[in-house]
Ligand binder design. Structure first.
Ligand SMILES: Cc1ncc(COP(=O)(O)O)c(C=O)c1O
Length: 335
């Protein structure tokens, strides 16, 4: 449906204020269902259809599900999707509209215990052979994740000299795909992981030099709440091998970055799509990024997926104006 081939746009207002850093945004929100997950689903579904699969079960914080539901509708494949009970309406609506069966599970994606139990059930079901399990992670769907690597190849063509790439991290699969492929085609580029401090699977492992452990997630950033090791160990290994760093960001920093992107760049992204910018800011402050270097932030998801988060940035919602009052209202606004 036209997945991939997303634009790389230069930052016009945020970058120039960022210590001489050259900043650009890779707009993954331009994919057909509004997130980079379309790259994953297109590749995974092609693989499943070739194997004759007609039934999928999936887990999702919203974007994988939206994408899966759309592509399944197109190819007449039935799908059922387990989501967290508090997933944003903008992510649930497309799934239901495309005819997917939704299972909203309280504690899924925040409690490690609940999440692991759901995965165990789905794995058992999939092992029975009736349905394919779709999860956007190398651990479960390595063929589909190959599709995500195209981000790195496009970046290499669009910004051949890029010094730093910032990637939001939930389960770690997106980071693993971009980092592994970047290292293969352009080892000089440092690919950094940006994870909410409220769900620090990768952050803890990197900071404390230990293996990945489950956490109870406290982040409110939809899409980045993955409390156990799906691809986090892989992401940690690639970080260590590839010379990238892990940046922890508070939810408040992510929402502030989302606001900046809305107000200063005209980019309508969901919070997870602004997390990379929050990480880039930290990297600049810590001197990891030097003046004159080129940075790319992956803007992974569209604002329509989480309109509640957008509403937080609207100070005074437009009040109705009588037709006769338009001139006066404009005059007040212009003064
Ligand atoms: C918009 C968005 N960005 C980033 C991510 C993180 O990807 P991963 O879980 O592979 O780390 C997700 C995952 O759902 C997402 O929806």
């Amino acid at each position: 449906m036209g997945e991939g081939g997303t634009p790389l746009v230069e930052s016009l207002r945020i970058g120039p204020k960022l210590s001489g850093v050259r900043l650009a945004f890779k707009l993954e929100l331009s994919n057909p269902t509004g997130s980079y997950k379309d790259r994953f689903i297109a590749a995974e579904l092609e693989h499943l259809l070739a194997r004759g699969v007609r039934l999928c079960v999936a887990t999702s914080s919203g974007n994988t599900g939206s994408s899966l539901a759309a592509y399944c509708a197109r190819h007449a494949v039935a799908c059922a999707i387990v989501v967290n009970a508090d997933a944003p309406a903008g992510k649930l609506l497309p799934m239901e509209a495309h005819g997917a069966r939704l299972l909203r599970v309280p504690g899924f994606a925040s409690s490690a215990e609940v999440t692991e139990a759901v995965f165990a059930d789905l794995r058992e079901l999939a092992a029975g052979g009736r349905a394919a399990l779709v999860v956007s992670a190398f651990r479960f769907c390595p063929v589909g994740m190959e599709g995500v690597k195209t981000i790195a190849r496009e970046l290499q063509a669009q910004a051949p000299g890029v010094d730093h790439v910032f990637v939001p991290v939930g389960g770690g699969g997106l980071f693993a795909a971009v980092s592994a492929e970047m290292r293969r085609i352009r080892p000089g580029t440092r690919v950094h992981a940006v994870q909410p401090n409220g769900c620090p699977t990768v952050l803890n492992a990197v900071r404390l030099s230990k293996t990945v452990e489950s956490v109870e997630s406290a982040t409110r950033i939809s899409g980045l709440s993955v409390p156990f090791d799906i691809d986090a160990s892989l992401a940690v290994r690639l970080l260590r091998e590839g010379g990238g760093e892990a940046f922890g960001v508070d939810d408040g920093e992510v929402f502030a970055a989302q606001r900046e992107m809305l107000r200063e760049e005209g980019i309508y992204c969901e919070p997870a799509g602004a997390a990379a910018l929050a990480g880039a800011r930290r990297a600049v402050a810590q001197g990891v990024v030097k003046p004159g270097e080129q940075c790319v932030c992956l803007v992974t998801g569209h604002g329509s997926k989480d309109t509640d988060s957008i509403r937080r940035h609207i100070a005074a919602p437009g009040a109705p104006v009588e037709p006769g009052g338009v001139k006066r209202a404009l005059a007040e606004w212009m003064s």
